[in-house]
Design a protein around this ligand. Structure first.
Ligand code: ADP
Ligand code: MG
Length: 919
């Protein structure tokens, strides 16, 4: 049915579509019918189209300059009839491709697994009741409710809508949101113009509506085109690109050197064949083969570690950017606080009331002057509570594990306060059926509903921020329910009093209409309201938030609160978690230039020019009543002064700021699908502390990358130098090309990668963020690389010369190769920490490293003693005395580097938090 008709859904009137799909739009499908349709149509999931992309990935492994060089080398070796060399080089090419391919598959799979964690949910009406379900469970005929921020779960024919708009860029490429309607359209309307349909994978950017599912899974429009969607490799990051660039430079330099060596050798009268082999050795030796793969693997390991700490990375570059984050702009509600709201105070007609009880259980009572009021409410209070319960989309339910709310906790708290005061909310929604509503949006800061009162009038109830509501009020309700003048001063004083306790304050108002009014628009409630009162709710700060804020401070990362809430409430919470004031907020001047207690609000920000904002954004720690557009301005202002910004967001309108931020952070629990799609990272627990953890992991990943690079490059340098020296000195090659390949491949895979699993260094969160424009390798690291490279040259060349005067050429070369491997083994332990680490890791803390060392030792013994290996790699067994010399070389190298590190650490004793922040 669905597949035959799929071309015509937009052409059918709503009633016909419903008839065809055999569903009652008010009750939805009965459960037994859903079961049958699931059998017929399957789950609402896309079949994976993976085939061709894997093949192209495999080909990509060969499409690298390095491989060209190796293939050319194999050709040269073949021409020279060095069959073993030729075979080994080809073997290495194959091995390299295989390793790269497997690693890439693994990395992609890991990312895909993470993507699956983030399933879309949908609001569905089944068996007469609304339910929240995984989108994959939908079947054709399901009635779905679409709301701003949702991802459309299937192809849906719109049944009714208010201001419904969709972002269909995933499907049509059109980035301007499309206005939706429900009137039938001509049969030949193109997909992009089918405005009475909403399509799977697109996003609802505003309004709300209902629809009937017309097609699911592969029958959807996105399902039909998904096989055509170009596969974008998620594995490229700025860093991998930089390294690819670096490899190319190295490559050119090496080719030039090889050319020079070749010419010099020939001039000295050496044979063409020997010089060709020398050039090949130089090329394969000096190129860091393992580097690109190691980078990708290290990043992928970082993604896994972050996921374990509840931060899901959606884009790989985020892993490295996190490490250099200098500012975290965080939400308040739900991120720094628990988002568990309890109304504690009410204010109406000049009197303050308190509410007892905590949590969502409606146990507690309303008190005034130490007297319980439950059951005998003054009229204005009854109206205030009624407004809170009616202007409300949340549900209060008693489950097995106690009372729960479904929906926005802010609204749930209002249901609880009404129940505690004895207002029966279940009755209320029957007595005052809802006719229409204006949904809450953080940009306008209020919500309105229109309800039919028992006496026939239509009543609009509003709730929202005091700034949004008070200017619209013409009069206020007196205690007895009669109208009186608005006492603005008293109201504002009451707001400040509640807010200074950290309470989130909502204002309530009403407007009366005649029975003929059944719709409400924003303009209808723009003025002429009656002010009802205030409700103040407690949202406790998260216990772990203060420690996480402190950790960020110590790490030189500024923390700024950006909230839609009232300035005083925001300041109060900011003080509780240590963002504002407090003795431990600014250790030794790290944030001295942030002026402590200033809070900027919407209007303050509005009054600033971009240039002024740049400066103010740096100085200020709390921004209140911020609109989504201002979030974007703040990100841009901070970036303009060179900051690397992580910004949280959850609403539809936050998408622009999330995209603009260096790290857009969305909430996994409370956020909208729109925000999650725009984000680089999603917090599965919505918790600020998780951002801090991710920053820490990001720094660790970056450290490990640098460790690997610092460890691997000296080998390449040393090999290049050895060959060059041999050519220039006119002696035979101390290491053959196949032997060089052996060293490079085995050490990188078995011991080098162990560094990717290294634990984070102890002082990782007490040093300032890495500046994004600093080179990967600082001068000190370059010096160390050259130092170790020179040591390798001296040791292997020296021992080779010594040995060739005492034994066979094969023995001498075996010694030279073992020098490289053993020095790398020792040097590996130098590289477990970078410069400046105060305390080294525990010696046995990294089992991967030790496993690799074990394997490497066995391999090296085989390389030296196994007859088969002797034949392939032209090696020969060596004696204890030789091993002694080789080990001595390793120990010397280790001690030299250790001394160099100690010297550096002493000459720069304070390199941690004291050195301040990057601005
Ligand atoms: P934040 O998430 O930073 O606390 P929001 O944008 O959610 O800020 O809310 C901003 C303001 O909008 C709140 O202080 C409150 O006054 C008002 N508000 C929040 N939620 C609702 C709601 N569901 N209905 C009406 N008004 C709301
Ligand atoms: Mg919010």
């Amino acid at each position: 049915m669905a597949d035959i008709l799929s071309e015509y859904w937009h052409h059918l009137p709503v009633e016909d579509a419903l008839d065809l799909l055999e569903v009652d739009p008010d009750r939805g499908l009965p459960d037994w019918e859903v079961r049958q349709r699931t059998e017929t149509y399957g789950r609402n999931e896309l079949t994976k189209h993976v085939g061709p992309s894997w093949i192209s990935r495999l080909f990509d492994q060969f499409n690298q300059p390095l491989i060209y060089i190796l293939l050319a080398s194999a050709l040269v070796a073949g021409i020279l009839r060095e069959w073993v060399d030729c075979g080994v080089i080809l073997g290495v090419v194959a091995l390299n491709a295989a390793i790269g391919f497997v690693q890439e598959i693994k990395a992609v799979q890991a990312l895909e697994a993470l993507a699956r964690v983030m399933t879309t949910e949908a609001m569905v009406v089944r068996d007469g009741e609304p339910r929240r379900l995984a989108a994959s469970l939908l079947v054709p005929g399901d009635i779905v409710i679409l709301e701003a921020g949702d991802k459309v779960p299937a192809d849906v024919r719109v049944l009714s809508c208010i201001d419904l708009r969709g972002d269909e860029s995933t499907l049509t490429g059109e980035s301007v949101p499309v206005q939706k309607g429900c009137e039938p359209l001509p049969r030949d309307t193109q997909v992009a113009d089918r405005t009475n349909m909403m399509f799977a994978s697109t996003l609802v950017t505003s309004g709300r509506g209902t629809g009937v599912v017309a097609a699911t899974g592969d029958d959807t429009e996105i399902g039909r085109v998904s096989s055509h969607i170009a596969h974008v490799s998620p594995l490229d990051t700025p860093l991998t690109k930089k390294i690819a660039q670096f490899s190319k430079v190295v490559l050119v330099a090496i080719l030039a050197l090889a050319g020079v060596a070749f010419a010099v050798g020939l001039l000295r009268g050496q044979s063409v064949g020997e010089m060709l082999m020398a050039s090949v050795a130089l090329a394969v030796g000096a190129i860091p083969e393992g580097l690109p793969a190691a980078v990708t693997i290290t990043l992928a390991i970082g993604v896994g570690r972050m996921a374990r700490r509840r931060a899901i990375v959606r884009r790989l570059p985020a892993v490295e950017t996190l490490g250099s984050t200098t500012v975290i702009c965080t939400d308040k509600t739900g991120t720094l606080t628990e988002n568990k709201m309890t109304v504690q105070q009410l204010w109406a007609a000049g009197r303050t009331y308190s509410v007892t009880g905590r949590g969502y259980a409606p146990v507690g009572e309303l008190r005034a002057d130490d007297r319980s009021l439950t059951g005998s409410l003054p009229p204005v209070l009854a109206e205030l509570l009624r407004a809170g319960a009616l202007c409300n989309d949340a549900l209060l339910q008693e489950g097995e594990d106690g009372w729960r709310i479904q929906g926005d906790p802010t609204e749930g708290a209002l249901l609880v306060s009404a129940e505690k005061a004895g207002v029966a909310i279940a009755r209320l929604s029957i007595d005052y059926p809802r006719l229409d509503s204006v949904p809450f949006e953080s940009g306008r800061q209020y919500m309105a509903t229109l309800n039919a009162a028992p006496d026939g009038r239509s009543l609009a109830f509003l709730k929202g921020s005091i700034e949004a509501l008070l200017p619209r009020c013409e009069r206020a309700m007196a205690e007895d329910g009669s109208p009186q003048a608005v006492d603005t001063a008293a109201i504002e004083q009451a707001v400040e009093q509640m807010a200074s306790l950290g309470l989130r304050v909502l204002a309530f108002a009403r407007k009366d209409f005649g029975p003929e009014v059944t719709r409400v628009e924003q303009e209808d409630v723009a003025e002429g309201l009656t002010f009802l009162g205030l409700q103040g709710m407690l949202d406790p700060a998260r216990e772990e938030a203060a420690a996480a804020v402190r950790a960020c401070r110590e790490a030189g990362v500024m923390v700024k609160m950006i909230t839609g809430d009232h300035a005083i409430t925001a300041a109060s919470i900011a003080r509780q978690v240590g963002i504002l004031g407090g003795p431990d907020a600014a250790p030794d001047g790290a944030s001295a230039d942030e002026s402590s207690d200033v809070v900027l609000s919407y209007r303050d920000i509005q009054a600033l020019s971009d240039k002024e904002l740049e400066e103010a954004a740096l100085r200020t720690r709390v921004f209140a009543r911020v609109s989504p557009e201002q979030k974007l301005r703040l990100v841009e202002a901070l970036q303009a002064s060179g900051q690397v910004v992580a910004m949280t967001g959850d609403g539809v309108n936050d998408a622009a700021a999330l995209r603009r931020a260096d790290i857009g952070v969305a909430m996994g629990m409370a956020g909208t699908d729109v925000a999650r799609e725009a984000a680089d990272m999603v917090l599965t627990d919505d918790n600020f502390a998780t951002i801090e953890a991710a920053v820490e992991e990001g720094r660790g990943v970056f450290d490990n990358l640098v460790k690997f690079i610092t460890w691997t490059l000296p080998t390449n340098l040393g090999e290049g130098l050895v060959i060059l020296a041999a050519v220039l000195a006119g002696v035979t090659l101390p290491i053959l090309p196949v032997q060089i390949l052996w060293i490079n491949m085995t050490t990188a895979v078995f011991i080098g990668l162990g560094l990717a699993f290294e634990e984070k260094e102890a002082g990782i969160m007490t040093r300032p963020p890495r500046q994004p424009n600093t080179p990967l390798l600082t001068r000190e690291l370059v010096v160390r690389i050259v130092l170790v490279g020179a040591l390798l040259l001296a040791a292997s060349f020296g021992l080779f010369a010594l040995m060739s005067s005492r034994g066979s050429l094969a023995e001498a070369r075996t010694v030279a190769v073992n020098v490289f491997v053993v020095v790398q083994l020792f040097y590996l332990f130098n590289c477990r920490t970078l410069v400046g680490a105060k305390k080294g890791p525990r010696f046995f803390s990294n089992p991967w490293l030790w496993g690799g060392v074990g394997i490497m030792v066995v391999l090296q013994l085989l390389f030296t003693y196994a007859p088969f290996m002797n034949r392939v790699f032209v090696t020969a067994p060596i004696g204890l005395w030789e091993w002694g010399l080789i080990l001595a070389a390793g120990v010397v190298a280790y001690l030299v580097v250790a001394a160099e590190k100690a010297f550096r650490a002493r000459s720069r004793p304070q390199d941690t938090s004291e050195s301040g922040r990057t601005v």
